[in-house]
Design a protein around this ligand. Sequence first.
Ligand SMILES: CC(C)(COP(=O)(O)OP(=O)(O)OC[C@H]1O[C@@H](n2cnc3c(N)ncnc32)[C@H](O)[C@@H]1OP(=O)(O)O)[C@@H](O)C(=O)NCCC(=O)NCCS
Length: 149
Amino acid sequence: MEGIIVRAMSLADLPQVHVIETLCYTTPWSLNSFKYEIGNPDTILKSAVSENQIIGYVCARTILDMTHLLNITVLPEHRCQGVAGILLRAVIEELKRSKPGIKLTLEVRQSNIAAIKLYEKFGFTITGTRKGYYQKPADDALLMELEIH
Ligand SMILES: CC(C)(COP(=O)(O)OP(=O)(O)OC[C@H]1O[C@@H](n2cnc3c(N)ncnc32)[C@H](O)[C@@H]1OP(=O)(O)O)[C@@H](O)C(=O)NCCC(=O)NCCS
């Protein structure tokens, strides 16, 4: 997509990021959660920027031998334009360079078809389920995984 830059999230992004986060989730991350991830050397945290506005972001944290995709969110009016794909590709490319062979894992609501299709497009496979994992509304989680080569 033209005009979209993906770069490391900065503290200055947080007010906009937190507005998007509260708009998009019933149990949003706190500002402090984002601050913690910005300061964590094991976390990849990126913003997608268009015309000086944050339109999406992604967060993935490595713990031992797994990287967990913890958050990927796009502003509603910018969805279905490839933004999440750009963010996810940026994470995968960084892991290819820094941690080849690692597994990228995630949980997703089993009702979240858009996200599941996104992950499947990138080659993630379903490895299990977690009953009652989500609240507001109650939902099961699918566990998905991609080996990075
Ligand atoms: C899931 C989400 C991040 C997708 O962002 P997006 O920028 O719209 O996604 P993209 O435009 O990059 O789409 C990439 C692929 O995802 C899939 N996809 C995205 N939106 C879809 C939809 N509404 N229905 C079906 N498939 C969809 C498609 O496979 C698409 O590829 P295609 O365009 O070649 O068909 C976005 O809908 C969102 O922010 N949702 C709310 C937050 C959320 O649920 N995050 C995931 C938590 S696990």
